[in-house]
Design a protein around this ligand. Structure first.
Ligand SMILES: [Zn+2]
Ligand SMILES: [Zn+2]
Length: 274
């Protein structure tokens, strides 16, 4: 069995065949999916997009949060709405939140402010966080800010989090582990130029990693360039298996166990690991 620990099934690119991606995931033995609930951002009434999918599908869990791209759109009322949604029983984490200095869609100070506000809300909701971190080209800027903010404002909560779609260095992976985080690897681990990601995936202890698709983005080889979907998480497992001398389904089983343990999900009869 496999777990896609991060995807965006509400995305418009799935409009015509959304049900099919869940069917194909099951057929590929992808039994657990975490749907990320950023929606189209503040002011669009879509923060509940992942909750809706989790209510409709077995083995699907959800998050809520404001993506750093959309931080500049956040209004005070949005935070109240998120806090209310976070109480839903299918919500297991807060995210994705963080810093993106590559696109700079929102000013960096605003990204940091909105990030800090959401750390407070996640702390109050007792939820771990899902982090998106992307620095400018050839820079560690977003990582340096992120790790500092987490050390000062999150580490003491003991709630931990997930470094989603990890693209940093071995040192940044180690710093994430030191903060009590899980490191999650996505389809870009299969790209020829991504040796830094493969190096990190060789170092991170097996019991501290997740695998994800971040679909519809970042389809792994051999689907690269096409729309990604949860079933393709098996290709991430194949790549990590190659690095670690393991069969793909063994990587799937271990990362599924990690997912259920980390998010403290128990007692499900259809998808819980044995
Ligand atoms: Zn992301
Ligand atoms: Zn994402």
């Amino acid at each position: 069995m496999y777990t896609d620990s991060h995807c965006h099934p509400e995305n418009k690119r799935f409009e015509s065949d959304r049900e099919d991606i869940f069917v194909r995931a099951k057929a590929a033995d992808v039994t657990t999916i975490l749907a990320i609930g950023n929606g189209d951002g503040p002011g669009t009434g879509t923060f509940d997009c992942a909750i809706k999918l989790a209510e409709q599908h077995d083995g699907v869990y959800a998050t809520v949060g404001i993506h750093p791209h959309e931080a500049a759109l956040a209004k005070p009322a949005d935070f109240g709405e998120l806090a209310a949604l976070a109480k839903h029983p299918r919500i297991v984490g807060w995210g994705e939140i963080g810093l993106d200095y590559y696109y700079d869609h929102s000013p960096r100070e605003v990204q940091q402010q909105v990030f800090l506000q959401q750390l407070e809300l996640a702390k109050a909701a007792r939820l771990p966080i899902i982090i998106h971190c992307r620095p400018s080209d050839n820079s560690n800027n977003a990582w340096d800010d992120l790790l500092r903010l987490l050390r000062e404002n999150w580490q003491s909560t003991g709630l931990g989090g997930v470094m989603h779609c990890f693209t940093g260095t071995v040192e940044q992976a180690r710093a994430s582990l030191d903060l009590g985080f899980v490191v999650s690897f996505a389809g870009n681990i299969t790209y020829p130029k991504a040796q830094n990601i493969r190096d990190a995936a060789s170092m991170v202890p097996l019991d501290r990693m997740f695998i994800e698709t971040d679909s519809p983005y970042l389809a792994p080889v051999p689907h690269r360039g096409k729309r990604n979907e949860p079933a393709f998480v098996t290709q991430v497992a194949r790549q990590i298996g190659e690095l670690r001398g393991m069969a793909p389904d063994e990587v799937g089983r271990v990362t599924t166990e990690n997912f259920y343990r980390f998010f403290q999900i128990a007692g499900r009869n259809d998808a819980s690991p044995s």
